[in-house]
Design a protein around this ligand. Structure first.
Ligand code: COA
Length: 325
């Protein structure tokens, strides 16, 4: 089995910033509530002409450049998203065309906020077994398109963005373990009721605002802390390591209180936790992806470091992986 690692990273955040102060004018909320309850100060919003694949393309180009590869070198493209440009074709196919990565096999995966960790785990299998040499894995979302801007329970939480990595064979280190979990019995805690085959789009579904995210935040909060901590513990153990060996945690950025409670369970100090929630809010699959990219850019990840990616989301789905940088 080949060792597989991340050989390039990239990100793209739309230019438009939506601050908590701006949200105060839209719904009955306050900067104080949002900051203390979530850790979020602002988030990015796509421009009207920016679809998920456009965000993905910009992040992907940066990751390819960082890996010193051309689009033609890529064998596999996986995009993790719950906000595709359209039901089909996949964002990955649209991205292939935009990049000119004509050799690549392309598909999307739907694993919500854990999508980036899921996609890394899938791509790793293909490369470690020698089926493909280079994979482009992207977490890209335009959650602003499925957010109910009249619902203060959810609209303060989400944002748009994209992060990308290139995976390839490495001489040492790389992805040491990847653990994934799912529980479909809790689907009602976080979902979009309409727009699929269960409830196809009608004037009524639109009038009833059923194409937007519905969430039971309280329940999710507790499950997120428990399942992210468990996922981390399994991935760390499978890598033959202990919690204290982790140099940097790149968690899914849903709520700073979830992240810090999870870190406490793992007895990991705050300095070892990478946070970008303040700037971007929850971008689902793009949160872990951009956090990893920014941590690398800022020099927070050094050669030989043990990095833990850890995520949780709608499904429910969760997952963690350990990467030796
Ligand atoms: N501004 C002001 N008040 C708000 C508000 C907002 N934006 N949103 C909710 N509230 C109110 C509620 O109406 C409630 O008021 P009430 O007590 O009068 O009924 C009160 O604040 C407390 O609500 P509660 O839901 O108990 O708050 P919380 O501490 O659980 O925080 C979340 C809410 C959503 C921030 C938190 O539950 C959370 O982050 N959950 C996880 C979400 C998540 O991870 N989702 C994605 C999974 S990847």
């Amino acid at each position: 089995m080949k060792k597989v690692g991340i050989i390039g990273t990239g990100e793209y955040l739309p230019k438009k910033v939506l601050t908590n102060a701006a949200l105060e004018k839209m719904v009955d909320t306050s900067d104080e509530w949002i900051t203390t309850r979530t850790g979020i100060k602002e988030r990015r919003m796509r421009a009207k002409n920016e679809a998920t694949s456009d965000l993905a393309c910009k992040a992907a180009k940066q990751a390819l450049e960082d890996a010193r590869l051309k689009p033609q070198d890529i064998d596999l493209i996986i995009v993790a998203t719950i906000t595709p440009d359209m039901p089909f074709p996949s964002v990955a196919c649209l991205l292939q065309n935009a990049l000119g990565a004509t050799r690549a096999v392309c598909f999307d995966i739907s694993a919500a906020c854990a999508g980036f960790v899921y996609a890394i785990s899938i791509a790793r299998q293909f490369i470690s077994r020698g089926a493909y040499k280079f994979a482009l894995v992207v977490g890209a979302e335009t959650l602003s398109t499925v957010t109910d801007w009249q619902d203060r329970n959810t609209c303060v939480l989400f944002g748009d963005g994209a992060g990308a990595v290139v995976l390839g064979e490495v001489k040492s280190g790389g992805i040491l373990s990847a653990y994934l979990g799912s529980d479909g019995s809790k689907k009602d805690l976080l979902y979009i009721p309409a727009g699929g085959s269960r409830m196809p789009s009608t004037h009524q579904t639109v009038d009833e605002r059923l194409h937007y995210i519905k969430m039971q935040g309280n329940e999710l909060f507790k499950l997120a802390v428990t399942l992210m901590a468990e996922a981390a513990q399994v991935a760390i153990k499978e890598a033959g390591l202990e919690c204290k060996d982790v140099d940097l945690v790149i968690p899914h950025q849903a709520n700073i209180r979830i992240i810090l409670a999870m870190a406490k369970k793992l007895k990991l100090p705050r300095e070892k936790i990478y946070l970008n929630i303040e700037k971007y809010g929850n971008m689902s699959s793009a949160s872990t992806a951009t956090a990893l990219c920014e941590a690398v850019k800022e020099g927070r990840v050094k050669k030989g470091d043990i990095v833990l990616l850890d995520a949780f989301g709608a499904g429910l789905v969760w997952g963690a992986c350990i990467i030796k940088w």
